[in-house]
Design a protein around this ligand. Structure first.
Ligand code: SF4
Length: 241
């Protein structure tokens, strides 16, 4: 296995709970993009469909989310007001393919209730709100956590906020660019401080990290042939699970 390429930063030993600040994040992106090509996430869906997808995708596959969204589309309720008016049992049945359907139904209802009350159901008004303020408001909606809020802001709102997920954590930790104990905000800050605030870049970057996580950086890493292999620290990936 080849070690860190010439010019790549040396591995920084992680201090407890401290995020290493020197990471080759742009180089990582360039390598992932060169290897996998553009991922074109959520290319055709409406903004509301993307919001619904961001809520439903937690703890399930995208295939299951597509089935639930297909149900909602067929029922003609892929709009805030229509979704808010539906009987809760009907909505649960439509959402059921996405799993955890009772919890996800409640989250969807909380979100559309907030959207209607706060912005009269208008996504234009919602996404015209300053990013940091809108993010805080979204996080105040019951059941909406940082990853869902950032996915909504980035993928539906085209706003430059980095989405962190388990794959992001895994890839960065195995290369020693973050401590294994780093939390969501430490990782998000690291990425945003080391990359230009560009929604298209963040959009593509998250999708590429998911792709490398699924194809190479699995529970047991398959580093041979991975586009990030040359950026591994001396001795290979850290903290094998
Ligand atoms: S599979 Fe190996 S080289 Fe690829 S991202 Fe994971 S740890 Fe890095």
């Amino acid at each position: 296995m080849e070690k860190a390429a010439a010019g790549a930063p040396e591995f920084l030993p992680p201090d407890q709970h401290v995020v290493a600040m020197q990471t080759p994040l742009k180089l990582v992106f360039d390598r992932l993009l060169a290897h996998f090509g553009p991922q074109s996430w959520w290319p055709g869906g409406s903004r509301f469909e993307i919001i619904v997808g961001a809520v439903l995708v937690q703890n399930t596959s995208w295939k299951n989310v597509e089935r639930a969204i297909g149900n909602l589309r067929e029922a003609g309720v892929l709009a805030p007001e229509a979704l808010a008016k539906l009987e809760i049992e009907e909505l649960e049945e439509l959402v059921r393919p996405a799993g955890y359907y009772r919890v996800k139904t409640r989250r969807l209802r909380n979100l559309v209730a907030w959207l209607i009350e706060r912005f009269d159901g208008s996504l234009d008004r919602m996404f015209a709100t300053p990013l940091d303020d809108l993010r805080q408001e979204l996080l105040s909606v019951s059941g909406i956590g940082p990853e869902t809020a950032d996915s909504i802001l980035l993928y539906a709102g085209d706003l430059p906020t980095f989405v962190v997920d388990a794959y992001t954590h895994r890839v960065l930790a195995r290369h020693g660019w973050i401590d294994r104990e780093a939390d969501y905000y430490q990782i998000k800050d690291l990425c945003q401080e080391n990359l230009p605030a560009d929604a298209q870049l963040f959009n593509e970057y998250h999708a590429l990290l998911v792709r490398v996580g699924k194809e190479f950086c699995r529970k047991t890493p398959c580093c041979e042939g991975c586009p990030l292999e040359e950026l591994l620290p001396e001795g290979g990936p850290l903290g094998r699970e």
